[in-house]
Design a protein around this ligand. Structure first.
Ligand code: BGC
Length: 464
């Protein structure tokens, strides 16, 4: 009977109303997040070892769009390692980009650092082999080794790095489920070069780059009006152009601008904004108390939040009452991938629907979902994803305000959540208007910075 009841008279269960209240962050609270973040950014610009790390990138040159030549980039994000080649041309197309993706095996995420770097070196070898280049074979051309040795090579390492120079930087902490011993505190460029030496690869890194910095520069190459680069993927973070005299901890030349990597994922919002599920996820994670903002936003975590909610509601007899034992994908931490959320949300919450896609996706997860529960699952996924989009905008707003812009600007965003979660961009846009206003504030345009981390690292390497 319940299923044929028109929606208007279908009463929302109390537990759903409570969930909605907990996951809905209103305009005032978003403005509060932006304000707190701005204050913490100021502290991070003044000192080391702060919550918002505000890391100097050593990138001070803006691309003109007229750079030419072949440059390479290695892109280590979290899910994949990509080997990229970028041919910069002076024609209208700007560049040709070619990349080969190597999925990082799950077991490498906790393996000794050497193993991870060996995997990178092996991937570079496979890439070169695919291009018909064999470096180790008898008779391999020595000239070619010399050529590669001199090539410009960007290395995107998407974790917090304290840069000591453009081509040198120390890993401060692991995130996104990685915890390889022997890397924190070391120069990741040196570790990569050691792996290259073990595997006979002549390449040498000329620029070490965070993915947000890469995204900002790659977009700036096409659109000089870009002032922020953000990633909302496995992890989340943003970088922006700052005037060097405001980076108080910077002891070098104070003239001009420099890109600052904010590491906003480490921002901790006020505790009252966290739900019991956020707290549980954090407590049970490998880095409790760290990356709290990231844990509310990014792809590594939002599927897990939904999983925790579903398991809890099931144990309290509110949903999936037809399923006596939940399948492994719902009982095992991190098995309910954020990709499922993106697939569920292809369907929109409607007044009346049998929700065939929800049924199909959840069948893959291992449960037969009754019609009434399908809508609830979709609503829960939407609540978590919408909160993610909204609070990431609070971060964007903080960066826009920090820059004291007087005219409109472009924010380049890349990452699987932003790109693949249906309507994520629209949710962000609506929240931007809500937060910054259309009349008083500068117009902010969001642009997909596709492949920005790889392209940007190559552009930065080209700039030298
Ligand atoms: C890392 C950042 C990175 C972001 C997006 C975070 O976990 O700390 O350095 O930019 O993920 O990949």
């Amino acid at each position: 009977m319940a299923d044929s009841m028109p929606d208007v008279v279908r009463r929302k269960p109390d537990w759903m109303a409570k969930l909605e209240r907990e996951f809905t962050i209103g305009k005032e609270d978003l403005a509060g997040i932006a304000k707190d973040m701005l204050a913490k950014m100021e502290v991070g610009l003044a000192r080391e070892n702060t919550e918002m790390k505000m890391l100097a990138s050593f990138v001070r040159k803006r691309p003109t769009g007229h750079e030419v030549g072949t440059v390479y980039a290695l892109d280590f994000g979290g899910t994949n390692f990509r080997v990229c080649q970028l041919d910069l041309t002076d024609d209208a197309s700007g560049y040709r980009f070619h990349a080969v993706k190597f999925k990082i095996p799950e077991e490498l995420k906790l393996a000794p650092g050497e193993k991870l770097f060996d995997f990178f070196a092996d991937s570079v070898n496979s890439f070169l082999n695919q291009q018909g280049i064999t470096l180790t074979a008898p008779g391999a051309v020595p000239d070619l080794r010399e050529q590669l040795k001199k090539a410009k090579l960007g290395f995107t390492f998407s974790f917090p790095i304290q840069q000591l120079a453009l081509d040198k930087g120390i890993l401060l902490q692991w995130n996104k489920g990685f915890n390889n011993p022997g890397v924190v505190g070391s120069d990741v460029v040196e570790l990569l070069h050691h792996a290259f030496d073990r595997k006979g690869i002549p390449f040498r890194v000329t620029a070490l780059v965070n993915d947000t910095v890469g995204t900002l520069l790659a977009n700036g190459y096409k659109n000089p009006n870009t002032t922020v680069g953000a990633i909302i993927g496995t992890g989340t973070n943003a970088a922006y152009w700052e005037s060097v005299d405001r980076i108080r901890k910077w002891t070098g030349d104070k003239s001009g601008d420099m890109v600052v990597n904010t590491e906003w994922g480490a921002f901790t919002p006020q505790a009252r904004l966290l739900t019991t599920y956020d707290k549980r996820l954090d407590d049970e994670s490998i880095n409790p108390g760290m990356q709290v903002f990231e844990k509310m936003i990014s792809g590594r975590y939002i599927g897990e939040i939904v999983r925790l909610i579903l398991v809890d509601l099931h144990s309290r007899g509110h949903i999936l009452t037809n399923v006596p034992r939940l399948p492994a994908k719902l009982t095992t931490p991190y098995e309910f991938d954020t990709e499922y959320l993106s697939r569920l949300a292809v369907e929109q919450v409607q007044t009346s629907s049998p929700y065939p896609i929800v049924q199909q996706v959840m069948a893959e997860v291992g449960v037969q979902v009754l019609e009434d529960d399908r809508r609830k699952i979709l609503e829960i996924a939407e609540l978590v994803a919408l909160r993610s989009a909204r609070i990431s905008v609070a971060g964007v707003a903080a960066l826009i305000l920090q820059q004291k812009l007087t005219q409109g600007t472009t924010v380049a965003v890349d990452g699987s959540v932003y790109e693949l979660y249906p309507r994520y961009k629209q949710h962000m846009e609506a929240t931007l208007v809500e937060l910054l206003g259309t009349v008083t504030g500068p117009a902010v345009t969001l642009e997909l910075g596709k492949d920005g981390s790889g392209i940007g690292a190559a552009v930065i390497a080209a700039l030298g």
